[in-house]
Design a binder for this molecule. Sequence first.
Ligand code: BGC
Length: 353
Amino acid sequence: MKKFLSAVLFSSLALTFVACSESTPTDTSNLVGVSMPTQDLQRWNQDGNNMKLALEEAGYDVDLQFAANDIATQLSQIENMIASGVQTLVIASIDGSSLGTVMEQAKANGIEVIAYDRLIMGTDALSYYATFDNWKVGVTQGEYIVNELDLANTKDTYTIEFITGDPGDNNINFYFDGAMSVLQPYLDNGTLECLSEQTEKDEVATVNWASDAAQARFENILASYYSDEDLDIVLASNDSTAMGVANALASSYNGEYPVLTGQDCDIVAVQNLIAGKQAMSIFKDTRTLADQTVKMVDALMKGGEAMVNDTSTYDNGTGIIPSYLCEPVIATIDNYKELLIDTGYYTEEEVQP
Ligand code: BGC
C-alpha cells in the first residue's frame, strides 16, 4: 500500500513538475503577466482569456492568473510573475490601493505596468491605463433613466434606490458620480425620491460587487420601505449587483416592476433584459479592450510608447496616468441582437431566459 501511495505521489509530483515547467518558458524575454481579480464574474474570465489569446497571437508568452477576489492572493501571484521574469504586467486590481509593494518591485525590475479596467492608485510605478470610459458608463445609465421616465418634463414623483460596487474599486467613483451628475438635480427638485435615504456612495457600496450582498441589502430595503409603495427605479452600477436586485425583487416585492440598470452584458443580464427583468445594460466589448491592451503591451515590449486618447482624466494620486478609453455602448431589448448576437459575442441560444 505504502509503495502504491508513494508511486502515486511521485507520479503526481512529476506531473506537477512537467505542468509547471511547461507553463514557465525558460526564455522570458517575451513573457507578459496578466493578473485578473476573480473568475467568479463572467467578464473577468472573458477579459483574461481574450487577452491571453490576443497576446499569444501577437507572439508573446502569457502568464495569466485569477486571484479569487483575495488581495493577498493577487499580491503573491504578481510577486511570482515578477520573480519568473515577466517583461510587462497587465493588472486588473481587486483593490486599487493595495498593490504598492508589488508595484515598487515591478519598478525596481524595470517592468512596465498597465492598469486594466481599474486604476491602480497611489503609485508612480504605473505606466498606462486601459479601460472603458467609466464616467460615461454612469452618465449613460443616468440618462437612460431620465429618458425612460421623461424626468425632464414630468410632474410625477418617482421612487429610486441606488447600488454600486466594491469600495476599493476606483471605478465606482466614476460610475456612481457620473450617474449622479445626471440624477442629482432630480433628487434635489423632488422628481426623484429615495425612501431609504441611502444616497451616499459608502451607503450604497457592495463588497466585491457580490450578488448575494446586493440581494440581502435590497430584501431589507424592499421590506422596510416598499411593502405599500412602488419602487420605480433602481440604479445598479453593474450586472452582478443588478442580478442581486432582481433576485430580491423576485423574493420580496409585489409592486410594479422597476426600471433596473446594469453594466457588462453578462449572459444572465441579457437573459433578464429579454425577460423584462432588467431594462438596460452597458456593453463593454471585452474583445476591444483586450485588443487595445495588447497594442499597448506590444508597443512597450518593442521599446516604444503606447497610444493613448486621454491625458487629463485619471489621476492616481501621483499624477495623471496616460489612458486609452474605449467607448461603452448602451444595450437594451431593442438593440441587443445587433450588438451581441450579430457580432458573435453570444449565440441566440445562450441568452434565452
Ligand atoms: C468593472 C465592471 C465590473 C465590476 C465588477 C468593475 O471594475 O469595470 O465592468 O462589473 O468591476 O467586476
